[in-house]
Write a protein that binds this ligand. Structure first.
Ligand SMILES: Cc1ncc(C[n+]2csc(CCOP(=O)(O)OP(=O)(O)O)c2C)c(N)n1
Ligand SMILES: [Mg+2]
Length: 431
């Protein structure tokens, strides 16, 4: 699939995305009423009252426009020193972790496809660092950095990548299936779009706990962030879930990481209207476009969208214009994208931009930032050592979590499933 899509894309030379401009905010055409204000015949109450006057995403497009020419946001007052350092540390962790993954992959320590997140850090950090522990994140196969931002320890993510028993999925998930219930990371998903219904379900559960079970305040809901790419926005699940989320005013933010490419397929070539954020208002929810290379801008939009969701005001669609600095996966030689396009985004590296901002605003000194980089180097080194020294999963783990009836393996002469034979998991059973 990967090579087919890459080959197909070579027909056209990619152009720069038309969204390369100041942020845009679209408000739904229906200002105060959902198209379906009542939900009849439900056994429990969910948004049965007419919704209050819609307070559209409170992000001021003027505020955002005022910083259009700057690599980092002008509104310094929103960012304290501690938060600035946290954002920096999280982005450096994401970048260093992924660089280390590339090394380990080429040394044969990881198996299968591995998709790195380099370049997109401002999106993960700008959104996820605003979450609480009880909030949820649903990712894609490009999921390592979302896991790290949500607090899954680097050593558990690295061990998972090494296929070790100490990984966050005990070595059974691998690169594309990071999961940690404890950290509210509800999975990476290899099939594009598959995570969106899961995220919608998680948001529904928050609403249900508040409105039906009364175990959560209705104006302080747990929030779910669904991350996915531009290519995924042409899949049906995206539209179905936008509809349901708005219908039920679910506490979810749909975060599109528009890196302009779906493997080797240009977003402009594949999409009838490439401005994805416009699809929000079609369903009655706000749609926002933001510069995804600027963590402060992302964070500001994220604050508004997460706040709306938490207060029970419903979902938001946020399109973050970003770029991946490496190929689609580590198996992609990345020969198709235009070098000018790559250089354009490389010059807007979100980590460099934040570093410059923190120093210029006297929020941090160069040596403090260096100390953070050193600390992260140590964390990533330790993660590799831990992963390398960890044991592989025991063979007995092979059939755990297999929910299908294992009759496929047949019933032995003793009338028992062959997989129950202890020699089965040792690979020596007659099957
Ligand atoms: C349902 C499904 N169809 C096709 C694929 C093959 N595939 C893997 S990645 C990808 C491109 C997705 O692009 P995008 O959503 O923009 O995410 P990005 O890789 O850019 O982060 C496709 C089509 C898949 N994984 N799942
Ligand atoms: Mg993409």
């Amino acid at each position: 699939m990967g090579s087919a899509a890459i080959a197909a894309s070579s027909f056209s030379t990619p152009k720069l995305h038309p969204c390369l401009r100041s942020e845009k905010l679209l408000t739904p055409p229906l200002s105060s009423h959902s198209p379906f204000p009542r939900i009849p015949s439900r056994s429990f109450k969910l948004s049965t009252a007419a919704p209050p006057a819609t307070k559209l995403a409170a992000v001021s497009s003027d505020l955002l426009n005022s910083s259009a020419s700057s690599a980092a946001h002008q509104n310094a007052t929103l960012l304290g020193r501690e938060e600035g350092l946290d954002l920096y540390e999280d982005m450096v962790l994401g970048r260093s972790f992924e660089d280390m993954c590339a090394q380990m992959y080429y040394r044969g320590k990881m198996f299968g496809f591995v998709h790195l997140y380099n370049g997109q850090e401002a999106v993960s950090t700008g959104f996820i660092r605003l979450l609480r522990r009880a909030d949820s994140v649903v990712s894609t196969y490009r999921d390592h950095v979302h896991a790290l931002s949500k607090g899954v320890p680097a050593r558990s993510v690295m061990a998972e990548l090494f296929g070790k028993a100490t990984g966050c999925c005990r070595g059974q998930g691998g690169s594309m299936h990071m999961f940690s219930a404890e950290h509210g990371l509800l999975g990476g998903f290899a099939f594009i779009g598959e995570g969106i219904p899961v995220a919608t379900g998680a948001a529904f559960s928050s609403k249900y706990r508040a409105e039906v079970l009364k175990t959560l305040p209705e104006d302080d809901l747990d929030v779910t962030l669904a991350f996915f790419g531009d290519g995924t926005c042409n899949n049906g699940q995206f539209f179905e879930c936008l509809n349901m989320a708005q219908l039920w005013k679910l506490p979810i933010v749909f975060v599109v990481e528009n890196n302009l490419w779906a493997i080797g397929m240009s977003h402009l070539r594949a999409t009838s209207d490439p401005e994805i954020y416009k699809k929000g208002p079609a369903f009655g929810m706000p749609g926002v476009h933001v510069d995804g290379m600027d963590v402060l801008k992302v964070r500001e939009v994220a604050m508004e969208a997460i706040g709306r969701a938490r207060r029970g005001e419903g979902p938001t669609l946020v399109e973050c214009e970003t770029y991946r600095f490496r190929g689609h996966s580590l198996a992609d030689p990345d020969e198709l994208r235009n070098p000018d396009e790559k250089a354009h985004y490389a010059a807007r590296d979100p980590i460099t931009a934040l570093k410059k901002y923190l120093i210029e605003r006297n929020l941090a000194t160069e040596s403090e930032l260096k100390a953070i980089e050193k600390k992260i180097d140590d964390v990533v080194e330790e993660a590799v050592e831990f992963a390398d020294a960890s044991p592989p999963p025991p063979r007995s783990q092979l059939l755990e979590n297999v929910f299908a009836d294992p009759k496929g393996f047949g019933i032995g002469p003793d009338g028992k499933y062959r997989c129950e034979d202890p020699t089965f998991t040792q690979g020596t059973a007659q099957v």
